[in-house]
Design a protein around this ligand. Structure first.
Ligand code: ZN
Length: 408
């Protein structure tokens, strides 16, 4: 449910974002004076193609898909590269790239057919190659997928600009937090760790170890998609207090927080995954914990108190809606991967779900007290199936967020 006021706010923000997008595109990568353009090499068969940029120093790149009329392109923003418009250089079209050109600190790759950046690599000087290399591996995709991503990239750019502008104006977040390079920030929180082993499995293994393995596997899955910036609250066997987990997610500007756990029950019969979002009772703790831990919203300060109150309520409501939405997307995916508990979308007062402005779920990937579940979670294939389910739900969630945003 979105109130009329919320829609009006969103519409205004969107209009602001579009204005900024139009006026700021040329300033995308601050051009360097007199800098040499990196050398570009394109090799591949158009299904898988590698673009390599050679430069004397490390290149910081941000990648966007662009689509206008019937032409598709990949735009690589590279601060420090030449401002002047260069000639369009032709490329063998069997690579899937027809030509490239430099303008305003960006490299534009004109495509023969739709391709996306599947992987981005920085390679330092090595062996006989004294230069830094930025490698972009392109993979062929469908027109529909390209178009959706191109639309989203336009929004991503607009959001990034709007956010930067609103930060300047001290007026709070424009429309959704994104990471340092404009990607979606996903925080995976493997439960327990260190002195806190969590639940004990029938085979003697510990929850903290199983969920850490799952988290690392989920990270690897998500890293294949360049649009995500994936962070873990822990990537080793250490103890981290609950409030610290939430603070980390907020400090990183998380767009989504997923806490991974494995359950234990009195009965060895109980099996299956389950998903929790914050309960009504838990909601009552949000304000108190936010005050205690200094989880201030970016809106507070510089705005009249009553307006700030409305915006804070709006953010909290949207966070709750989005947590529920993600849980609803996750359940059918989990059902494909293994058993799920009946009535599995539950509400609970778990501490890690208390951030007022980060959509969050807690996922119990199974019952360690159940023999079949324990066996499933002990095997790489079993865990992988669960994590593929989570990754699919994450994809669906962010695709949907973009659609909602585009409609307002
Ligand atoms: Zn747990």
């Amino acid at each position: 449910m979105i109130t009329k006021r919320a829609v009006t706010t969103r519409m205004l923000l969107r209009q602001l974002a579009i204005l900024l997008l139009v006026s700021l595109i040329p300033a995308l990568g601050a051009p360097g004076a007199g800098a040499e353009a990196p050398q570009v090499r394109v090799v591949g068969d158009g299904v898988v193609t590698r673009v390599t940029l050679f430069a004397p120093a490390k290149l910081e790149a941000e990648v966007f898909l662009g689509e206008d009329h019937s032409s598709q392109s990949i735009i690589v923003a590279l601060p420090g590269t030449p401002a002047r418009a260069g000639d369009r250089k032709p490329v063998n079209p069997s690579t899937g790239v027809k030509s490239y050109s430099w303008q305003d600190g960006t490299l534009r790759l004109d495509l023969a057919h739709p391709m996306m950046v599947a992987r981005k690599l920085d390679l330092p000087p090595a062996g006989s190659e004294p230069r830094h290399r930025l490698v972009l591996d392109l993979a062929r995709v469908s027109d529909v997928r390209f178009a959706r991503r191109a639309e989203r990239d336009g929004e991503r750019l607009a959001r990034r600009r709007a956010k930067a502008a609103s930060r300047l104006a001290n007026a709070g977040p424009a429309a959704g937090a994104t990471g340092p390079d404009g990607n979606y920030v996903i925080v995976i929180d493997p439960g327990h760790g260190g002195k806190d082993p969590g639940a004990l499995a029938v085979d003697g293994s510990e929850e903290k170890t199983i969920v850490l393995k799952a988290a690392l596997e989920l990270r690897d899955l998500l890293m294949q998609d360049y649009r995500y910036d994936v962070r873990l609250t822990r990537d080793e066997d250490i103890y981290i207090p609950l409030e610290k987990r939430v603070s980390l997610a907020r400090d990183w500007g998380a767009d989504l927080f997923i806490s991974l756990h494995a359950d234990a029950a009195g009965s060895s019969e109980v099996e299956g995954a389950s998903v929790y979002t914050l309960s009504q009772r838990g909601e009552g703790r949000v304000d108190r914990e936010a005050r205690k831990n200094d989880w201030t919203m970016p809106i507070e300060g510089g705005v009249p108190e009553d307006v700030s109150g409305i915006l804070v309520d709006l953010i909290k409501r949207e966070t709750k809606t989005n947590s529920g939405l993600f849980a609803q997307l996750l359940l059918p995916e989990l059902e494909k991967a293994g058993p799920v508990l009946r009535n599995t979308h539950r509400n609970a007062g778990f501490y890690v779900l208390l951030a007022p402005d980060v959509p969050a779920v807690l996922l119990e990937i199974g019952f360690l007290t159940n023999r079949a579940d324990a066996r499933r979670l002990a095997s790489p294939e079993g865990r992988r199936a669960s994590m593929v389910a989570v990754a699919s739900a994450i994809d669906a969630y962010f695709d949907r967020q973009d659609t909602i945003y585009a409609q307002n």
